[in-house]
Design a protein around this ligand. Structure first.
Ligand code: S3P
Length: 440
């Protein structure tokens, strides 16, 4: 929509981030709560659900397949599960908007349902690679057809049966792993996925929370098809990926002292904390506890002088969504920061290597993109105008950059911030960012 691409952030320079905030619910866990709750026997109650466009796209898809879902009201959702074979073919294609997680996980979950349906998405999602899921699904006997370019729309056709496979992930992707495991719920025999590096394990944890047996041996995860899911209650922690903007903002802005409450601290997601600490950040973790199978903690972050590092490659999958924010931290650090081994950033909601390098250069930073990462020399951030390319995380990262810029930053095409963090402008403003949202 024209008006969407006209949404802009205007952020005045300076300020600091202080106080106590709770960022919205985890996007990955919110998606999975709707998916597994819908397939379960019984009623699943979710609290802390992310009311962002991406997780609402998943919710809408299951409603369109006949699942009765109450809410969301203040993050509370009640899902009346229809059981493993209770979904109905939707009347229309399922439009999943900007959400890669919805499309890739649903491709697997729906491959063995015996339904005929189509998954579509917006321009960004329709350009993202889908062969990474259609290929293993084809090995399982599914018929999930992409375009000749290997992109959405995906047409899922009914098949008699799926069979389990032993699949080695060619890229470290939780979406592909989850896709294959969810298809495996409907396959004969055992389905196993081996990952080249640890990726977020919310699917495995939540399946176990629903009483489904999942076996992990080292980097290999296996389950047997044909079992049932038992409804349960899910408390979704705050999204560490949304907290990341504030971790970076408070680290770079002198005078900051911010408490982030109830943040999900799953060890497959905490790379941003490890990387910022290596750069000299002052982040204190307290009140560590476990909520429904996921570790949670409060994070206190104070301004600190950051220095450049070579980011350890083993941290890349653990911080995969946080690099736009981390690039801003690197721009404000003393010396050089080098990222390698992160080519996946080129196929996210935008090409995040190019989009961030362009924006940082526009703000006066020496940021050199490489095929699989970036080399950034810390320096003085100037004001200017940047394009988010409709990518929520690029928009929020540049908003935080204004805390250290010597002039205002105007960020174009920010409507998609609503996919993961609908309240970003208000919450960031309350914490101390001088941000105004202009709607065309
Ligand atoms: C996600 C997995 C990651 C991540 C995305 C959410 C998930 O994608 O970037 O935002 O919920 O499984 P990849 O699996 O493509 O790395």
């Amino acid at each position: 929509m024209l008006s969407d691409s006209l949404t802009e952030f205007h952020v005045s320079p300076g300020g600091s981030l202080c106080g106590r905030i709770r960022v919205p619910g985890d996007k990955s866990i919110s998606h999975r709560s709707i998916m597994l709750g819908s397939l379960a026997d019984g009623v699943t109650r979710v609290s802390g659900f992310l009311q962002g466009e991406d997780s609402l796209a998943t919710l809408g898809a299951f409603r369109a397949m006949g699942v009765e879902i109450e809410g969301p009201h203040d993050g509370r959702v009640v899902i009346h599960g229809v059981g493993r074979k209770g979904l109905k073919a939707p009347a229309q294609p399922l439009d999943l908007g900007n959400s890669g997680t919805s499309m890739r996980l649903l491709a697997g979950l729906l491959a063995g349902q015996g339904l005929d349906l189509v998954l579509t998405g917006d321009a960004s999602l329709s350009g993202r690679p889908m062969r990474r899921v259609t290929a293993p699904l084809a090995q399982m006997g599914a018929r999930v057809e992409a375009t000749d370019a290997g992109t959405a729309p995906l047409h899922i056709r009914p098949v008699e049966a799926l069979h389990g496979i032993d699949f080695a992930l060619p890229v470290a992707s939780a979406q592909v792993k989850s896709c294959v495991l969810l298809a495996g719920l409907y396959a004969d025999g055992e389905t196993c996925v081996t990952e080249p590096a640890p990726t977020r394990d919310h699917t495995e944890r939540m399946l176990q929370g629903f009483g489904y047996e999942v076996r992990r041996e080292g980097n290999r995860i296996c389950l047997r098809g044909g079992g049932r899911l038992r409804a349960c209650d899910i408390d979704v922690p705050a999204d560490i990926s949304s907290a990341a903007f504030f971790l970076v903002g408070a680290s770079i802005a002198p005078g900051s002292d911010l408490l982030l409450e109830h943040v999900g601290m799953n060890p497959t997601r905490d790379g941003v904390i490890n990387i910022l600490r290596l750069m000299g950040a002052d982040i204190e973790v307290s009140n560590e506890r476990s909520m429904g199978g996921e570790p949670v903690a409060d994070l206190r972050v104070r301004h600190a002088a950051l220095h450049g590092i070579h980011i350890p490659e083993d941290q890349v999958p653990l911080a995969i969504d946080e690099f736009p924010a981390l690039f801003v931290a690197a721009a404000c650090a003393e010396g050089e920061t080098v990222l390698t081994g992160a080519e996946e950033l080129r196929v996210k909601e935008s090409d995040r290597i190019q989009a961030m390098a362009d924006g940082l250069q526009a703000l006066g930073i020496d940021a050199r993109p490489t095929p699989d990462g970036m080399i950034i020399q810390g320096g003085a951030l100037h004001g200017g105008e940047v394009d988010s390319h409709g990518d929520h995380r690029i928009a929020m990262s540049f908003a935080m950059a204004a805390l250290r810029a010597d002039g205002g930053i105007r960020i174009r095409d920010c409507a998609n911030v609503n996919t993961s963090f609908p309240d970003f402008g208000r919450l960031a403003g309350e914490a101390g960012l001088h941000i105004v949202t202009e709607n065309g």
